[in-house]
Design a protein around this ligand. Structure first.
Ligand code: AMP
Ligand code: MG
Ligand code: MG
Length: 335
């Protein structure tokens, strides 16, 4: 008889199903058209009903199954009774069947920290919603989509649900759900996918691909840019620049061969934005650091802001670190 699965594998198996449930919540709120938007620090820092419900669902579900784990969610929510229909108690049997890397086999629940971004890419989510519901009201004949509408719909792929797991300050597992994956297939299509990874075990739920040749394709923010951000992107001497929303989405671009580097030379991203993406990227040999090339720490007591920016690559990390301008390095100090 085999020994019972390691806590880490049980947690990732649960997080997989919990992220799927959160993804379903994110889709349902979008379709309702009632987003309940609240500005946090300003117009580019939003929270919607989907952010709130998805976080309640993820945190309540995981803490019910793993009561000793520390869970840190992005949204500041008043303590309240969580509705039973938000609780997900299932898990992925397939993940449970995998072998835990030896170094993580004996970890205890109380040693793990879970970083939750219930909806990454909220700004883009609200923009896509506006376009979608405006279009419905206008009753476009034969559902023909105009250009601005289909451009806005692309933003749906910017949205992800991020559940990252840390041990001794390091990101050791990540689950990323992309709720609107396959949105292009139209009505009736089954939407969404879940990707996950553990360094030392591997990454699953997608086909690993690299950008062909030596092309430098830099992906960066579309809604939180400034001169320092664009100057730093230019310093990489990119062949192409892509501006999209979401930290999770940009890491998906790296592992699917759409981009070679994610460059964000500004504070703004938080630990819940980078923990799951970092683990997934690391599981396929990539790297996520600050602009100096230093690793972030994911202990429960660290400050939430990634003050020294985000630099992530699948390959050739050192090249990108070497191109960061002195002015950026001076402005963004490592923790
Ligand atoms: P972006 O690439 O702009 O989508 O940013 C990736 C993640 O970092 C998202 O969760 C953003 O909300 C967050 N973020 C980046 N910059 C800022 C900022 N200036 N204010 C608030 N959140 C930010
Ligand atoms: Mg986020
Ligand atoms: Mg978020």
């Amino acid at each position: 008889m085999s020994a019972s699965p390691a806590v880490l594998m049980r947690l990732v198996a649960s997080a997989f199903t919990v992220a799927e449930k959160a993804g379903a919540i994110v889709r349902k709120v979008l379709h309702s058209g009632e987003l309940g938007i609240v500005e946090k620090t300003g117009a580019n820092d939003l929270q919607t009903l989907a952010d709130r419900l998805a976080q309640q669902s993820i945190c309540a579900s995981l803490s019910r199954s793993f009561p000793k784990i520390t869970i840190i969610g992005e949204e500041d929510l008043p303590p309240e009774e969580i509705k039973e229909d938000l609780i997900e108690s299932g898990h992925s049997e397939e993940i449970l069947q995998k072998t835990c890397p030896a170094e993580y086999r004996d970890l205890k629940e109380e040693e793990l920290v879970v970083w939750v971004d219930p909806l990454d890419g909220t700004k883009e989510y609200t923009e896509a919603s506006k376009s979608l519901h405006h279009q419905t009201e206008a009753q476009i004949p034969n559902k023909v989509l105009d250009t601005s509408h289909s451009t806005a719909l692309c933003l749906l792929d910017n949205v992800t649900v991020l559940i990252g797991i840390a041990y001794e300050g390091r990101a050791i597992a990540g689950v990323i759900n992309q709720p609107f994956y396959n949105y292009q297939l139209g009505e009736g299509a089954s939407l969404g996918r879940t990707m996950w990874g553990i360094p030392g075990l591997g990454a699953f739920g997608f086909q690993l691909q690299e950008v062909p040749g030596d092309r430098r394709i830099v992906t960066t923010t579309r809604s939180h840019s400034n001169k320092q951000v664009t100057d730093c992107v230019d310093a990489m001497e990119p062949h192409e620049v892509i501006r999209v929303g979401g930290a999770g989405n940009k890491i998906i671009q790296l592992v699917e061969g759409k981009a070679s580097a994610y460059v964000f030379a500004s504070p703004g991203c938080k630990k819940w934005d980078t923990c799951a993406p970092e683990a997934l990227l690391h599981a396929v040999g990539g790297k996520l650091t600050d602009m100096h090339g230093n690793a972030y720490c994911y202990n429960a007591n660290v400050k939430h802001m990634n003050s020294a920016g985000v630099l992530a690559t699948l390959r050739n990390h050192e090249y990108y670190v070497s191109r960061v301008p002195q002015s950026v390095l001076q402005a963004l100090k490592s923790d």
